[in-house]
Design a protein around this ligand. Structure first.
Ligand SMILES: [Zn+2]
Length: 296
């Protein structure tokens, strides 16, 4: 076993007696990026928090060409219309859950920009800004507001609502990333964080093919406990914790079959969604965890 694997980073633990996570044996994964090589995940024996090895100080190279599935590779026709409909429904639900009418909203780590666009369509009077690693906005945000991450620090304290949807699991140091995101909101502003749940019921059924593992793009694998802890430690006040059923069976089947998530698999995923939802509901082990919080 290499020295790297024996190295335990000092991750603060909400449960472990010593105050730091104690990581168990590594579980090997297939490198979905094809750029890192040997990859594995280790989980804390106490809080369930998972970390991907090897550590990557800067992950931008993984997304340089926007080819990862986080950017929802440009789809056309029916697949795009379906995604747009699903995103629009989720954007509406999210605004209801937050319960404010924000003047300025930031979608930090906006990926394909489709969700950001849907949010903007629902808030005609407000400004909705997307941000990500890249200099140029993604295709779905053409003609809309976009700021590269590198220029965001100049906008500290200027947003009423900041979203980080499936973002903080992409960084080796989520605590530092959350602090950076929190700084962008003004006093009293609202925040929405969402991450995959490492303890999802379906992860046990599908093993490595379960789409949310997504190693090495996902650097961190949050449990309910470790997700709550990282948000609380940032100083935000948690207002609501919401279980989310994120449509994942289509992509999981694509992983099992070793193909891309094509339109037929997307449709199979939609057809199976009620089963996915029911399984998560009955076990209380959802595929994703959402926290709504406020800045004091
Ligand atoms: Zn722990």
């Amino acid at each position: 076993m290499s020295q790297l694997r024996n190295f335990d980073p000092a991750v603060l633990c909400a449960v472990a007696p010593g105050g730091h996570c104690e990581f168990g044996q590594p579980r090997a994964f297939h490198d979905r990026s094809g750029r890192v090589g040997e990859v594995s995940v280790r989980r804390c024996r106490h809080c369930g928090h998972g970390i991907t090895h090897p550590p990557l100080a800067d992950v931008a190279f993984l997304y340089a060409d926007r080819a990862s599935q986080d950017f929802q590779p440009t789809t056309a026709g029916l697949a795009h219309r379906i995604k747009r409909l699903v995103f629009r429904l989720d954007a509406r639900r999210l605004l209801r859950q937050v319960g404010i009418k924000p003047r300025r909203t930031l979608d930090f780590g906006c990926g394909s920009g489709l969700f950001t666009r849907c949010l903007g369509d629902l808030q005609p009077g407000g400004e909705v800004v997307g941000s990500d690693f890249h200099e140029q906005p993604p295709a779905d945000l053409a003609g809309r507001l976009y700021v590269p991450n590198a220029e965001l620090d100049a906008q500290q304290g200027s947003y009423d609502l900041v979203l980080a949807m499936h973002v903080i699991e992409h960084d080796d140091d989520p605590a530092a990333l959350v602090r950076r995101i929190v700084a962008l909101g003004r006093t009293g502003s609202s925040f929405v964080f969402e991450v995959p749940n490492v303890d999802c019921a379906w992860a046990g059924v599908f093993g490595e093919a379960w789409d949310a593992w997504y190693v090495p793009f996902h650097r961190i694998h949050f449990s309910r406990t470790s997700f709550r802890a990282v948000i609380e430690r940032s100083g935000l006040v948690i207002e609501r914790e919401i279980d989310v059923c994120l449509p994942s069976l289509g992509r999981t089947l694509a992983n099992l079959l070793g193909t891309r998530n094509t339109l037929p698999l997307l449709l199979v995923g939609i057809a199976l969604h009620p089963i996915q939802w029911l399984g998560e509901r009955l076990t209380q082990k959802p595929s994703a965890l959402r926290i709504i919080a406020r800045k004091r």
